[in-house]
Design a protein around this ligand. Structure first.
Ligand code: FAD
Length: 412
């Protein structure tokens, strides 16, 4: 039977950063990913300045920037026949960056492998190994053959539908979110993120992502089936009508229903992130709303804190009791931060639902512009902006038991 200090389930942003940092800390790590490659449909692509700082701490920021993607120069809010342009000025490293997720994951996987981790693709984790009251490993299926793999510790980073979470019988506690998000791709040459209010509905458009322009339509929760029932031409026409109002030209390229991708929006947090021998991180612990583009960033912050807290203990063969204490310490450190971010994410949609998108954004658009132009943001708003951009509190990777430079560079 193969045995590792740490087995990570899932090679998304959270799982790969955990695998990378643990292996740079000289723990014996394996990451198992169900997908055969990193090609995936819509996912969050927003790296906040806080996450960019984490990658800078790890000597990876310049290479991640070189992967391409978008560097929006501002936001345009189009509402009630007016456009409010909000320019983001200053150091580009302090702005959000859209990075194609397949390329980012490919780079992180290579870095983890260079540092000694096994990153095994096309291997679905079927469940956890229960040894009396502890999780002692996983079972995987690769090419039809089941295999049991032992581990001191399992980190579940297998996303919102986590198999590990289900197997450990950990429940999710939901918060009500009033909308779902319908994504599609398109073409556009602008530099701004656009928020367009049309006929009482909200559309968002990101200029450059892995999919060309990315266009989102916030629809009433659970209403996709009735929208689909209108037929493809109706949907195309509805989106085109809204995009005709755009400040920077943008058009959707929809040829079939498969070009639309529904994100059923949830905002949930696990009742507990850990049982003996198992830790949940990222979407496995807290499927996030897309508001503020927080998903990848919070998953990566979880991974940094988990690796910092656990690497030495698993590497040095500390007792199970000690490791389980440290697992609870990770939850204690991260869960309050995730709750604060989640509360903030839910304020805006609930506000807009209560007072209506037209009135809400007609008020918020000019307010945001005034605040950013003046550069003088009142402290409560500054704290809210920083919470999204930097994390609450910010997590850094410049200290920990790991090598901060890429292993390949260090030995050149
Ligand atoms: C369709 C969709 C659209 C999204 N859009 C946005 C957005 O616009 N903005 C935003 O901020 N966030 C968005 N998100 C959320 C964002 O992508 C996630 O918050 C972020 O990727 C979380 O990272 P993670 O590492 O925790 O999990 P994930 O990125 O979900 O990675 C989990 C990984 O685990 C793998 N896996 C799952 N089950 C198994 C198994 N049994 N065995 C082995 N591997 C397994 C998956 O294949 C996946 O690679 C979206 C998510 C989805 C699903």
């Amino acid at each position: 039977m193969r045995f590792f200090d740490v087995v990570v389930v899932g090679a998304g942003p959270g799982g790969l950063v955990a695998g990378l940092l643990l292996s740079r800390s000289r723990a014996h790590v394996a990451v198992f990913e169900a997908g055969p490659s990193f090609e995936r449909s819509y996912r969050g692509e927003t790296l906040t300045p806080g996450t960019q700082q984490i990658f800078a701490d790890l000597g990876l920021r310049d290479r991640i920037w070189a992967l391409g993607g978008g560097d929006p120069s501002g936001v345009a809010v189009v509402v009630g026949g007016r456009t409010y342009e909000i320019d983001l000025v200053g150091d580009p490293h302090k702005r959000i960056r859209q990075v194609p997720q397949p390329l980012l994951l490919g780079l992180l996987a290579q870095e983890a492998r260079d540092a000694g981790a096994l990153v095994q693709m096309g291997t679905r984790v079927r469940g956890l190994v229960h040894d009396r009251d502890r999780i002692a490993g996983i079972t995987v299926v690769e090419g039809g053959e089941p295999e049991t793999i032992g581990a001191r510790l399992v980190i579940a980073a297998d996303g919102r539908f986590s198999v590990a979470r289900r197997d450990a019988e950990i429940k999710l506690l939901p918060t009500r979110v009033p909308f779902d998000l319908l994504w599609t791709s398109g073409r556009g040459s602008g530099r701004r993120v656009q928020v367009i209010v049309d006929e009482g509905e909200i559309f968002v458009a990101f200029p450059t992502t892995a999919h060309g322009a990315q266009i989102g339509w916030l629809i009433e929760k659970g209403s996709y089936a009735s929208i689909r029932a209108h037929g493809l031409d109706w949907v195309r026409e509805r989106i085109a009508r809204a995009l005709a109002r755009a400040h920077e030209p943008i058009e959707a390229t929809i040829e079939r229903f498969d070009d639309l991708s529904l994100l059923p929006v949830v905002s949930e947090i696990a009742e507990r992130w850990t049982v003996p021998g198992l830790l949940l991180i990222g979407d496995a612990a807290h499927p996030m709303s897309p508001v503020g583009g927080q998903g990848i960033n919070v998953a990566i912050a979880d991974a940094v804190v988990a690796a910092r807290t656990l690497a030495v203990a698993v590497r040095e063969g500390e007792t199970d009791t000690r490791i389980d204490e440290l697992l609870r310490a990770v939850e204690r450190e991260r869960a309050p931060s995730v709750r604060r971010i989640r509360t903030q994410q839910n304020i805006l949609p609930n506000l807009l639902r209560t007072i209506g998108p037209e009135r809400g954004l007609a008020f918020l658009g000019p307010l945001a512009r005034r605040l950013v132009r003046g550069g003088n943001i009142p402290p409560p708003l500054r704290a809210a902006v920083d919470r999204f951009l930097l994390g609450d509190p910010p997590v850094r990777a410049n200290h920990g038991p790991w090598i901060t430079q890429p292993v390949a560079t260090k030995f050149l």
